[in-house]
Design a protein around this ligand. Structure first.
Ligand code: SF4
Length: 295
């Protein structure tokens, strides 16, 4: 059950230091405006828009991290190109010359540089929008919600929803849609495509899931969180014969990487590691006493 009816209705505002202001969700009953004059429509729209900005920044910053890693990728690793066909396909899609023949890492660095521009370029819209059907692209153009640079959309939305700025709820929802699209067709799509390029496009593979995947006779490392670059390196380190020998020297049978939540799922689809659960079960994992580290 929701703890607060005002919060559930989205009519509590604490955007500025004059608040918090709670207005009534029922027209004609109770306080109808905050101190600055914002009504329930404006407050709900601003709160929702800021949730969109938060979600977009989380997905997209994750993507930026992956692209940064690709910008420094090299043949000897640890960050390297594993799906070269996909690298060349995206490079061709984005109009890089000689995408089929350029040296792999020169191409990867050029493509990563272009992807980083998608976050902050001052002009133009997201490159991946062209993947959508023409009718959809025309709709975005007509409604003026084709997303520009990702950071620009998040910043514009945070600015628009600040005290004393935009108050028309329709306009706020429209800006929220544009920001959400910068995530779906920008940050999230870049994150997926560039992860595949660097870590390999996942095939269907079997795995196991449950707290029972934690093995008392192994060194258990739980992968959690939001950083696939780090998780990939943990998986690589756990396969290093020197590390496995070290675990055995301490009396364990080996190293058991288990996953949790979204980054855990990513390691499952790319490496087949077993899933201990989602974040509702994170404390349960720890109280087994069998987890050596949560990363
Ligand atoms: S922005 Fe307006 S409604 Fe929100 S806390 Fe400040 S004064 Fe109150």
């Amino acid at each position: 059950k929701a703890q607060c009816g005002f919060g559930e209705a989205g009519v509590c505002c604490r955007i500025c230091a004059m608040g918090p202001c709670r207005v009534s969700p029922v027209p004609g009953k109770g306080a109808e405006r905050g101190i600055c004059g914002a009504n329930a429509d404006t407050i709900v729209a601003r709160n929702f828009a800021r949730m969109v900005a938060g979600g977009t920044s989380a997905h997209s910053d994750h993507a930026r991290d992956i692209v940064h890693a690709m910008h420094g990728a090299k043949a000897e690793g640890p960050f390297k190109i594993r799906d070269e066909a996909k690298l060349r396909r995206i490079a061709g899609e984005w109009g890089i010359e000689a995408a089929d023949t350029k040296e792999t890492y020169a191409l990867a660095h050029e493509l990563a540089d272009m992807a980083l521009q998608e976050f902050g370029k001052p002009f133009g819209t997201q490159r991946f929008l062209k993947r959508a059907p023409i009718a959809r692209q025309e709709l975005w153009e007509r409604e003026r919600i084709a997303p520009r640079a990702i950071d620009m959309e998040v910043t514009t939305l945070m600015h628009s929803t600040h005290m004393g700025c935009a108050s028309d709820y329709e306009s706020l929802f429209r800006r929220g849609m544009r920001t959400g699209l910068s995530d779906g067709w920008g940050g999230s799509m870049i994150g997926t495509e560039f992860s595949d390029t660097m870590y390999g496009t996942p095939p269907a593979r079997p795995s196991s899931s449950n707290l029972g995947v934690i093995d008392a006779e192994m060194v258990n490392v739980l992968i959690h969180g939001h950083d696939p670059n780090l998780a990939e390196m943990v998986v690589l380190a756990a396969q290093n014969p020197e590390m496995v020998e070290l675990a055995k020297a301490k009396g364990a049978k080996g190293i058991n990487i288990v996953g949790m939540c979204c980054t855990g799922n990513e390691m499952t689809m790319r490496h087949g590691i077993k899933i201990a659960g989602n974040f509702y079960q994170q404390e349960m994992c720890i109280i087994t006493g069998a987890i050596e580290a949560v990363v």
